[in-house]
Design a protein around this ligand. Structure first.
Ligand code: SF4
Ligand SMILES: [Zn+2]
Length: 323
């Protein structure tokens, strides 16, 4: 049985970051502690993920969820315009995780705040229903919103091998629904899904970004794999059978996707865990510098900030792509 580490009265994490969002250049990220992702509870979850274990793992009453949010937001709310990203390590739109009453109070509070330029959250496609979107748009009362969906790859067979539990058609239907309700759909893509090689992974993510855009996404977020505790992927990593992607691969996909999609889509690169053994990395000399450039690219969408980056380890990476 998985052991949940969170508490019902404490949010998991919160921080402020420079970001690419509507009407501002930064966001507050708040991770709420909930019952956890239903897919994880019922099936053991996706093979690379143990995020839900950071949460409470039990039903969290609306009052406590609202209190978690209020505490996190009071501590991290910046002055001036900003977006608010509400994560649950699951689906904000799943009523088992976030009951109506909590959703109403949290979104209602954000709708009334003129400094909040956009509200963003994540959901699996099965919870992106007309009913839920109707409620969200009512509550947000015209405030822009973004719905992120963890597509990971547009390759159905590859996604199925990770126990993701939905196909591209379900994703595309959810994207269309979000657009119909005036929201901005975003695809999360995982760079270097097992069992892909470094070179195959680059091709997979570039292709998936184009497919997600053709399905209606105006934002794609590239998430280089990080190794979560107690997952099948961690076992492969410990056995030396898997390495998270190089940061050079992140640079490559960012440049190529931006080159293909141009102004039609924002390309975001997540640098969580960059430079650590469990996250994307180059050598010790350049990891921090390259991760910083990727963050700069995410905010500006200017591929120029990725030009001129170099290091001796880049040759190693290039040689690896050839095998
Ligand atoms: S990746 Fe998302 S859907 Fe899959 S187990 Fe983790 S939180 Fe649940
Ligand atoms: Zn290097």
């Amino acid at each position: 049985m998985p052991r949940y580490r969170g508490r019902p009265d404490r949010y998991v994490a919160a921080w402020t970051q420079p970001d690419r969002v509507t009407g501002a250049d930064r966001s507050v990220v708040i991770v709420l502690s909930t019952r956890g992702c239903r897919w994880f509870r019922e099936t053991g979850g996706c093979h690379f993920c143990s995020y839900p274990l950071e949460g409470a793992g039990e039903r969290v009453p609306p009052d406590l969820l609202v209190r978690q949010f209020e505490r996190a937001y009071a501590r991290h709310r910046p002055d001036g315009p900003h977006a608010v990203k509400l994560f649950t390590s699951g689906s904000l739109l799943d009523p088992e995780e976030v009951p109506d009453e909590a959703l109403e109070r949290i979104l209602g509070r954000l709708a009334r705040d003129p400094s909040v330029t956009e509200v963003s959250f994540e959901s699996r496609p099965e919870f992106v229903t007309e009913e839920r979107l109707e409620r969200v748009t009512e509550l947000l009362d015209g405030k822009p919103f973004e719905v992120g969906i963890g597509l990971e790859t547009s390759d159905d067979r590859l996604r199925a091998s990770l126990n993701k539990g939905f196909d591209f058609r379900a994703f595309a239907r959810a994207v269309r629904r979000v657009r119909r309700f005036g929201g901005t759909p975003k695809a999360y893509l995982m760079l270097k899904l097992p069992p892909l090689s470094e070179a195959e992974a680059i091709e997979d993510t570039v292709r998936s970004a184009v497919d997600a855009h053709l399905a209606g996404c105006e934002r794609v977020s590239v998430c280089p794999t990080t190794i979560h505790r107690d997952t099948p992927l961690e076992r492969a990593w410990r056995a030396g059978l898997y390495r998270p992607p190089w940061l050079w691969s992140c640079v490559e996909v960012a440049r190529r996707i931006k080159g293909l999609l141009g102004d039609r889509a924002d390309v975001l690169v997540d640098t969580a865990g960059a430079g650590t053994p469990r996250g994307p990395s180059n050598c010790r000399r350049c990891s921090r510098r390259v991760a910083r450039a990727l963050r700069r690219f995410t905010v500006t969408q200017d591929v120029g900030v990725l030009e001129g980056l170099d290091c001796r380890c880049r040759r190693v990476w290039r040689a690896l792509l050839a095998v």
